[in-house]
Ligand binder design. Structure first.
Ligand code: PLP
Length: 223
């Protein structure tokens, strides 16, 4: 088994320029995050507000925290002072809460809109047509403290790579459509967050700019 530091270095070498590694550290103890940090990793992804709030102060201040899990509106206030990006924005109501809480503490926050492309109903996110329609209607133009940075998606949990490939391709296609229809400055709507331990090479092939990798770095999660 390679060490955490070796895995981080290996991934940094494998990922093409322009693709950033989000080290998904949920359910892993701070000591393991520190090992990744020592190997040069600065960007970490967490998916539970309570866990993030405990871990963040235990890590160096130059760590960037991305929130990647399903976010309940009543947890937004707790994470707002900590996160640099929220990947998992899956409703207008959540967006409104994020706007309100960012405004409350006088900051701007980067967000990704989560797209539902997987076959599992349990996975959340906007439907493709729904999101395109919202963009056309100008639904994202009223936010002053939210910077829309791109899209996030999770593929179906399956061994069938053709299914995963098709889903990643539809994310990339939706991203292009949104960039055409977007009424915001396009310089900032640039990110596609997709790809995890098992499918990240495919995601990179299809245009991912952020890959979210946990198990492949830290081993099985310690629930
Ligand atoms: C846990 C998680 C990951 C990491 O998954 P691995 O298979 O461990 O790499 C990526 N994205 C999200 C949204 C997650 O919750």
């Amino acid at each position: 088994m390679p060490s955490i530091a070796e895995k981080i270095k290996e991934l940094h070498n494998q990922l093409p320029a322009g693709v950033s590694l989000v080290a998904v550290s949920k359910y892993h103890p701070v000591e393991q995050l520190q090992e990744a940090y020592s190997a040069g990793q600065r960007l970490f992804g967490e998916s539970h507000a309570q866990e993030l709030v405990v871990k963040a102060p235990a890590m160096p201040a130059d760590v960037q925290w991305h929130f990647i899990g399903h976010l309940q509106r009543n947890k937004v206030r707790a994470i707002m002072p900590i996160v640099t990006m929220i990947h998992s924005v899956d409703s207008i109501r959540l967006l409104n809460t994020i706007e309100k809480e960012a405004q409350r503490i006088g900051r701007e926050v980067d967000v990704l809109l989560q797209l539902h492309v997987a076959q599992e109903e349990a996975k959340s996110g906007f439907g493709i047509d729904e999101l395109i329609l919202l963009a056309r209607e100008g639904a994202f133009q009223t936010y002053e403290h939210v910077r829309f940075r791109g899209l996030m998606a999770m593929a179906t949990f399956t061994d069938d790579t053709s299914v995963i490939e098709a889903e990643f391709a539809s994310v990339a296609e939706t991203f292009s459509t949104l960039r055409e229809e977007w009424h915001f400055p396009l310089e900032t709507f640039t990110e596609i967050s997709m790809g995890m331990s098992d499918d990240w090479p495919l995601a990179v092939e299809k245009g991912a700019t952020l890959v979210r990798i946990g198990t492949d770095i830290f081993g099985p999660r310690q629930y």
